[in-house]
Design a protein around this ligand. Structure first.
Ligand SMILES: [Zn+2]
Length: 474
């Protein structure tokens, strides 16, 4: 059994929206009360109240109706969150962390979690518990929950960039396969994480000693759409901050309504960008797991480059590394692979892109996408060569990486849904090729003035208005 969480947006009327934000705000009040109560206790020299049980007793002593519409179960989830955060920080402090991060900061809005039995999930309709005496709160989800209803263990109400979401956590059984189709632990594939190809996967039967019919195979997941999304978002953010820099209020000055709108817009755009990237990374990881299951691969060996990324490599490269989000890529792949019944091992990636998989001689890291060995002439796709070398680092397995010569790789693309990734969907942040203007009212170069002597009739010819209007002009 594994736990998986999906985020689903809720569609709310303005009244429901008000009530949901009321719940988050009340949870923020509970959080603030906890912080303040413990601050006073600390000042008196009394031990803090941090255990979940004793916090629950305090809440019960406060009596009902203190926190608006927030139900007792909702308030208790905040106590649980506080208690967990405190003990996690205490563990970090015991481990000698310089800044263990005890919960000290007040937050206006705090997510509220409801455990199974306290809420009702009926298709796309969700009823959240509220305090006794309040009208029932039914919400509509924008998509069905991707888990069977009886596996759902909790829902968490939260907000991001002014929008409301619920995170649905389910307890799912690990996938089972019909006999003869289950993944084979002996079949190993190496996974190379990259920026242009988030995942490059290579397997070889010869190297791992599995059934000889399996053959070597490779998979390349392209992340060019992801990279374009990052780049467009960066240039869009820069452009927006340049545009508002002159109107920015001074430090400590109260924000105007216009400034609030600007910040709300920035939050919206940031949230959308984060969701797009996350969705594309999920798709990429899905493609890897589906391919592995199809090839009956039971073990994924993932090259972990994080130890190589510690040093400062300059402004541009540091940004590229940060936006790569390699930890997220590893986590998403591990989650999906575990659910599909595959094993995942992390190994050090050092040197895997500069070693020849055929003769193990050191080859300088290639500049382009093609790898060519000067010693034996072995050549192939650079990322697949890396993946093949990673597959050879199987713990306890055969150290000889698979030979991928002559096996054409499978290609998959991540982020196909992103605007601008396909010819049919235009990205409004990208300026048009032929007009040089951005769409959606973004200022571009002015339209060319109409040639002199043109009549009004010929210029209005372009806008296809009503026939009556056209008749008028004629
Ligand atoms: Zn070689």
């Amino acid at each position: 059994m594994v736990h998986r969480t999906a985020r689903v947006e809720v569609r709310v009327s303005s009244g429901q929206r008000e009530r949901c934000f009321g719940l988050l705000r009340s949870a923020g009040d509970v959080w603030a009360v906890l912080l303040q109560a413990n601050r006073w206790r600390r000042e008196r020299g009394a031990p803090g109240l941090v255990g979940y049980q004793e916090l629950c007793r305090e809440l019960a002593a406060a009596g009902p109706g203190v926190f608006g519409e927030l139900s007792t179960v909702g308030a208790r989830s905040v106590l649980r969150r506080y208690s967990d955060a405190w003990f996690a920080a205490a563990a970090r402090a015991n481990a000698g962390a310089a800044r263990p991060g005890f919960p000290r900061r007040r937050r206006g809005l705090v997510p509220v979690r409801f455990y199974a039995g306290t809420f009702t999930l009926d298709g796309r309709r969700l009823r959240l518990p509220v305090a006794a005496g309040c009208a029932p709160l039914w919400l509509r989800l924008t998509r069905p929950v991707p888990y069977p209803p009886d596996t759902v263990r909790s829902v968490t109400l939260l907000h991001q960039g002014g929008r409301l979401f619920v995170e649905v956590t389910a307890e799912l059984p690990v996938a089972v396969y019909p006999a003869g189709q289950e993944p084979d632990r002996q079949r190993v594939a190496g996974v190379d994480l990259g920026i242009i190809h988030p995942y490059a996967v290579a397997t070889g039967a010869a190297a791992t000693g599995a059934d000889p019919d399996g053959g070597a195979a490779g998979l390349l997941v392209s992340g060019r759409a992801l990279r374009a999304e990052h780049r467009l978002h960066l240039s869009d953010t820069k452009r927006r901050s340049r545009a508002v820099a002159a109107r920015a209020p001074a430090r400590g000055q109260r924000g105007s309504r216009r400034w609030k709108k600007t910040r709300a817009r920035a939050r919206t755009v940031e949230g959308r960008h984060a969701r797009r990237i996350s969705q594309a990374q999920h798709e990429a990881a899905d493609a890897v797991v589906a391919w592995a299951v199809q090839h009956r691969i039971g073990t994924l060996v993932v090259g972990d480059p994080r130890s190589l990324l510690q040093h400062d490599a300059g402004r541009r490269h540091n940004r590229a590394v940060r936006t790569w989000q390699v930890g997220g890529l590893i986590a998403k792949l591990t989650d999906k692979a575990t659910l599909a019944g595959l094993q995942v091992h992390l190994v050090d990636e050092r040197g895997t892109s500069s070693t020849c998989p055929a003769c193990t001689s050191r080859v300088p890291k290639p500049r382009g996408r093609q790898f060519r060995c000067g010693q034996c002439g072995h050549h192939g796709h650079r990322d697949l060569v890396g993946a093949a070398n990673i597959a050879g680092r199987t713990p306890g397995g055969n150290q000889r990486p698979p030979d991928l010569t002559g096996a054409p790789p499978t290609h998959r693309r991540a982020g196909r849904h992103l605007p601008g990734a396909g010819p049919s969907r235009r990205d409004p942040r990208r300026t048009h090729l032929h007009t040089g203007r951005g769409s959606r009212g973004r200022p571009g170069p002015p339209w060319p003035a109409p040639p002199l002597g043109e009549s009004l009739a010929s210029t209005t010819d372009e806008d296809q208005t009503t026939p009556a209007h056209r008749a008028n002009v004629a």
